[in-house]
Design a protein around this ligand. Sequence first.
Ligand code: TYM
Length: 331
Amino acid sequence: METVLSGIRSTGHLHLGNYFGAIRNFVKMQHEHRCYFFIADYHSLTTHPAPGDLHRNVRQVLVEYLAAGIDPEVATLYIQSDVPEVAELYLLLNMNAYKGELERCTSFKEKVRKQPDNVNAGLLTYPVLMAADIIIHRATKVPVGKDQEQHLEMARTFANRFNRLYKVDYFPAPYAFNFDNELVKVPGLDGSTKMGKSEAEGNAIFLADEPGAIRKKVMRATTDSGPGIPGEEMSQPVENLFNLMRLVSTADTVEHFLESFQQATIRYGDMKKQLAEDMIRFTAPLRERILELEADTDYLKKVAGMGAEKARESARKTIREVREIIGFKPF
Ligand code: TYM
């Protein structure tokens, strides 16, 4: 049995990218491995959310995680800030993380571009906190989407560096994981190759979206100027639509539209109509569960409490051992 861990920032509703990139994998793994799933609320502070929004977002992500099928009786489902040991490990790992390598991180460079007025130290050391999240439970498998690959590489660097510095074999190396081997990158509806919650309006389909909202977004999705000649190469936006269709539609449906694309008889409007209906069918049971769970504060409280207790037990053990390795000794 291996230890599996994954997390998600508490910055808004979960979308199909989160679901297919990460959550679907957790759900498959929870009965076979020692699994930890957490809500990264410390991480969300890099953008300075208002206190009321912070709590609302954490609650929402918890609801949506549960609705997506994570079983808190089997897996340990917790909120990052309920486990302050993570912050201690983050501090310790920071002593051994270098400015140059952190500045070279793609996600950091992207944030500098997107929020030039708020390039805080938390943003720079984001991968260190992420490494702490993972290695605090000494996890080896981390189900994530393709966009997190570099962060996982950095987590391995920090884990290995700790081992080398203290001449121990304490932290195992964590790897990004997907059931189908290839890490997933779910495209957006705006023609971009990534569905993301902070991307342009209309880029993402959220698990909690109502059917009307899904239809509207899908019908507005970017395509191209229409079918050209038979056998013509597919443009990126159209390829995105096919990739989304592969996630939610039957193989026959995908095949049907692919054929009509190849013959240049495709009508993007028809394809979008079908895609929207298939997305609605796919998300409907999730949305129903979300609505049920949203109202059940007692249950959410119970889940969060149970998760915090289990996660802290594991984190405390690691911190005790790490302190000993580093040389902190009680008098
Ligand atoms: P976050 O919150 O941006 O995304 C959560 C998970 O969803 C995946 N994902 C996608 N996968 C495929 N296609 C997409 N379009 C797509 N968009 C998002 C992400 O890859 C991720 O798996 N840094 C992390 C949160 C985190 C974490 C961790 C994850 C903090 N500590 C420790 C794993 C382990 C993040 O921002 O994910």
